[in-house]
Design a protein around this ligand. Structure first.
Ligand code: PLP
Length: 484
């Protein structure tokens, strides 16, 4: 990488901090608490600012380019969200303030709970979980407790379709339950015959099933009503993985379809930043029979309009400190209020339209296993091209970086060999979609004519092609300083 490291620009004696004079009595630190001299980098303020500003510009971001990362919904994060989250009356609150002094913030959370419940057709919502995966864990623990309290403690099996995100089986295991995989049928829907056989096999040990709809193939599972019925008839519950909710906002309500519980990824559907792994929000909605099991405290509203924290009667307990990632909740609230009901529906219509536009332009250029179906907000192509036997998905993804696009999600879902999962989101213009399609078409041609160009890509990025296995196995996080 061309950029110098911070230790390479430091010079002894330079500094970027100017602390005020001490205005309290000095108190020496106990000697045994000191670790000796720390070799911290010594740099001037301007060098420091330039260093980190340059580093920040090396990253691809939604604010600087198209980010078609399937299943992640990397939509534009409107600046008005940031404005609202930074308002002093919201940003400067302390989570331990008493309820009288934070009624406004509690009203915002209560409204958000109600809006999310209404949008997805659920009776109640918790805002505590910090991510989608955390919401899944919360939801499955709720399902388990509900069944155990009914005396059905023998139930320990959850069915997960083979197209599911890895967090679904991980959640199941973390909840102490057993994962049983259900295959997808050739059309991309859950294989109903296989599901019936699994339900018959596991009988009264079934806790339920986790279903992502639209699924990770970007398809609306047309058998959803039957899947729900089969699981419910067997005494199980159905968990909705709401990571793909961006495709059906204002069009379908999972709660009304019969899902018992679902998480929302506020950092996908509701435009809050993904931010390097967090903070996020995986709010969870439940049908009426599960409302008492939600983690708490949640915000309740008295008849006189006073908001207070309330622990649901049979709560699974807390799943996070305090009240959830409040700043993220403010952003999601702002986003929903800015759009209104009609705007939310338009989000999904445009997300689906954009994905179908790209799918139509790439049909015949790349294999698209379910390309005969209308896709939802994303679709899955394959990096296998006739006439380019050495080229794979990784080569295509790396070459896209030379065209200044973030690569789509690759090698997921696992059931599609050489998968390239493309999700444009509703926030992109036709010009951007066309530029991306042109690049994909050009790359397919290069793959046949100049495959070496793909094999050695990326060529223009600060970091070139990495040995991904060595990078993972021999990770070096420390730099030995040579400060002059
Ligand atoms: C289908 C699906 N389910 C669950 C998750 C987990 O969400 P999170 O990353 O917020 O934990 C993801 C994340 O990409 C996903 O795509």
């Amino acid at each position: 990488m061309g950029e110098p490291l911070i230790y390479e620009i430091c010079r002894a004696g330079r500094k970027a901090v100017h602390l005020p004079d001490v205005d309290v009595p000095e108190s020496p630190l106990p000697q045994d608490a000191l670790r000796g001299e720390l070799p911290l980098p010594e740099v001037s303020e301007i060098d420091l600012v330039r260093h980190y500003t340059r580093l920040s510009q090396l990253n691809h971001s939604i604010d600087t380019g198209f980010y078609p990362l399937g299943s992640c919904t990397m939509k534009y994060n409107p600046k008005v969200n940031e404005y609202a989250a930074r308002m002093a009356g919201l940003a400067n609150l302390h989570p331990l303030q008493d309820m009288d002094s934070i009624q406004g913030a509690m009203a915002l959370m209560h409204n958000l709970q109600e809006m999310l419940a209404e949008i997805a057709g659920f009776a109640a919502v918790t805002l505590q979980p910090a991510a989608g995966a955390h919401g899944e864990l919360t939801g499955v623990l709720i399902m388990r407790k509900y069944l155990y309290e009914k005396g059905e403690t023998q139930r320990d099996v959850i069915i997960v379709p083979d197209s599911a995100h890895g967090t679904n089986p991980a959640t199941t295991s973390m909840s102490g339950l057993k994962v049983v995989e259900c295959p997808s049928a050739a059309d991309g829907n859950v294989d109903l015959a296989a599901l019936k056989a699994l339900i018959a096999k596991h009988g009264d040990r079934l806790v339920g099933l986790m279903l992502t709809n639209p699924n990770t193939l970007g398809l609306f599972d047309e058998n959803v009503a039957e899947v729900l019925q089969l699981v419910h008839e067997a005494g199980g519950l159905v968990y909705g993985d709401g990571a793909n909710f961006n495709a059906i906002l204002g069009i379908a309500k999972p709660g009304a379809l019969g899902f018992d519980v679902m998480h929302y990824n506020l950092h996908k559907t509701f435009s809050t930043p993904h931010g390097g792994g967090g903070p996020g929000s995986g709010a969870v909605g439940v049908a009426a029979h599960l409302a008492e099991y939600l983690p708490g405290p949640i915000v309740a509203r008295d008849e006189d309009g006073y908001f207070r924290w309330e622990m649901p009667a049979k709560s699974i307990g807390r799943v996070k400190a305090f009240w959830g990632n409040f700043g993220i909740l403010v952003r999601a609230y702002t986003y929903i209020r800015m759009h209104g009901a009609a705007g939310l529906r338009a989000i999904s219509e445009n997300a689906v339209l954009n994905a179908n536009y790209i799918q139509a332009r790439l049909r015949g250029v790349y294999p698209i296993p379910h390309g005969d179906r209308t896709c939802m907000h994303e679709f899955v192509a394959q990096g296998k091209l006739d006439g380019a036997p050495t080229i794979n998905t990784m080569d295509i993804a790396k070459r896209l970086m030379d065209y200044e696009f973030h690569p789509p999600t690759v090698y997921f879902p696992l059931i599609v060999p050489e998968a390239i999962m493309i999700e444009p989101t509703e926030t992109e213009s036709k010009e951007t979609l066309d530029a991306f399609c042109d690049a994909m078409i050009q790359i397919a041609q290069e793959a046949r004519e100049t495959p070496e160009l793909l094999k050695t890509a990326p060529h223009n990025s600060p970091v070139k092609r990495l040995d991904e296995v060595r990078a993972a196995k021999e990770l070096q996080l420390c730099y030995a300083p040579g400060c002059s």
